[in-house]
Structures are given as structure tokens and as C-alpha cells.
Ligand binder design. Structure first.
Ligand SMILES: C[S@@+](CC[C@H](N)C(=O)[O-])C[C@H]1O[C@@H](n2cnc3c(N)ncnc32)[C@H](O)[C@@H]1O
Length: 216
């Protein structure tokens, strides 16, 4: 990590009890949940990686009452917030797990899932975190499972200027961070048997990427 800039997560404000509220999650959780509602298989159990405050979990569960959602985060304060939000929908949202996708075999001991979801993480973590997410998809998803990513991506000549600026800003904070290229992300999923089955344009040059088993 650069000494000049400590790790900056998105802004998070204290809310009721241990709940945290992120203005950015507040702005985009409803539109993400709306898209997830049409992507997630019926009665899906979902493992969310890097759940942050937990607000995407709540919004997504409210948009699809048939799903079960397991949040996670390596950061304890984030997990406390997720568990505090969980009290709003305990029948759908499970206790948060301490998962860091850079750790080897992080999926050991977990049940299998119909979907993995991860928003805004792979650009503020080393590339190994993205590799670990793809490897987790290989180990945890059945043949009809989907791995979903939300965030900004570099898309060659089509990359939005705001994403190029964000990439430079991230790298200045930490040389291991950076907006990831869509092609590299496609490659790491291809290596574990997944194809990009949907690419959805979202506000502010973000994307939802859906990866499905090649032979699913
Ligand atoms: C920018 S926040 C995004 C939070 C939430 N997904 C959202 O979109 O509002 C990034 C989150 O990634 C988590 N994180 C960082 N490195 C990680 C890793 N290697 N594995 C899993 N989560 C990680 C952080 O603790 C933090 O909660």
C-alpha cells in the first residue's frame, strides 16, 4: 500500500446500531437489485463476496423474495454492519462469513451455490482477488450456476474517460489496484470453464457481467 494514501473504501456513514450506510450503495443498490432479480435462478442461494455495508444484500433480497443470500467480507466492521442489516430480513439473509478471495482454497467447507455476486471489489484489491473469485466460481457453482460481477472495466478503445481516470487514481493509491480489463476478466473465467453470457450497461459506466458454465 502506498504511504501517501491509506486504503480508502467508499464513504460509509453510521446508521442505526452497527448498520453502516454507503451513499454509493444507497444510489445503486436498487438498480443492481432490479437486474439481479432477472438474472438469478429461481430459489437461488447466493454467496456475495465483499458485501461491504450489506445494503446490496438487503435490496436484492427484497427484490426477490424466493432467494437466500449469504454475505461475506474479510473486514470485521463490514460483517458487523451486514449482520445488523440482516435483522431486517433474517428469513432470507444469513450470517456473514469472513471470506478473503486472495486466500488459498477459501471455498473449503462451504456449501455449493447457484450464484456468486461481487460488486466493486476486484479493482480495489490485488489481481489475486479476481483470480480467487473465478476459482471460487469453479469450486462452488453447479453446472447451472452463475458468477456475477458489478463495477467498472477497461474496454479498450471503448473505455470511458471516467474509468481511465479512476484507474489512474486507484494505481496512485496502491499500485496493486486498478480498474480491470474486461478481456483479462473474461480470460480468468474462461480458464475455469465459464463464458461471459451477459454484459449489462449500468449508470456511470459500470457493468454487470454474468459468467455461466460453458457446458451448463
Ligand atoms: C469498495 S467496497 C465495496 C462494497 C460493496 N460490495 C459495495 O459495492 O458497496 C470493497 C469491499 O471489498 C472488500 N475486500 C477487499 N479485499 C477483498 C478480498 N480480497 N476478498 C474479499 N473482499 C475483499 C473490502 O473489505 C470492502 O468491503
Amino acid at each position: 500500500m502506498s504511504k501517501k494514501h491509506p486504503i480508502h473504501l467508499e464513504r460509509r456513514d453510521p446508521h442505526e446500531g452497527l448498520r453502516l450506510q454507503s451513499p454509493s450503495a444507497g444510489r445503486n443498490s436498487a438498480i443492481i437489485a432490479e437486474q439481479l432479480a432477472s438474472i438469478l435462478p429461481e430459489h437461488a442461494n447466493v454467496l456475495e463476496i465483499a458485501s461491504g455495508t450489506g445494503e446490496h444484500a438487503v435490496a436484492s433480497c427484497k427484490a426477490r423474495r424466493d432467494i437466500m443470500w449469504r454475505p461475506s467480507d474479510p473486514d470485521e466492521r463490514s460483517r458487523q454492519s451486514q449482520n445488523a442489516w440482516r435483522t431486517e430480513i433474517p428469513e432470507q439473509m444469513q450470517e456473514s462469513l469472513a471470506i478473503d478471495t486472495t486466500k488459498p482454497d477459501w471455498w473449503n467447507g462451504l456449501e455449493s451455490y447457484k450464484a456468486l455476486f461481487c460488486a466493486n471489489m476486484i479493482h480495489i484489491a490485488p489481481w489475486e482477488a479476481a483470480l480467487g473469485y473465478a476459482a471460487g466460481a469453479q469450486h462452488l457453482l453447479g453446472s447451472d450456476g452463475v458468477a456475477i460481477l458489478y463495477g467498472p472495466f477497461l474496454e479498450g478503445a471503448d473505455t470511458a474517460l471516467s474509468n481511465l481516470e479512476f484507474d489512474a487514481n486507484l494505481k496512485d493509491r496502491n499500485p496493486l489496484w486498478g480498474v480491470r480489463s474486461l478481456d483479462s476478466v473474461k480470460h480468468i473465467f474462461a480458464d475455469v470453464g465459464f463464458n461471459l453470457s451477459a454484459r449489462i450497461e449500468m449508470p456511470k459506466n459500470n457493468r454487470i457481467l454474468v459468467f455461466s458454465h460453458r457446458n451448463g
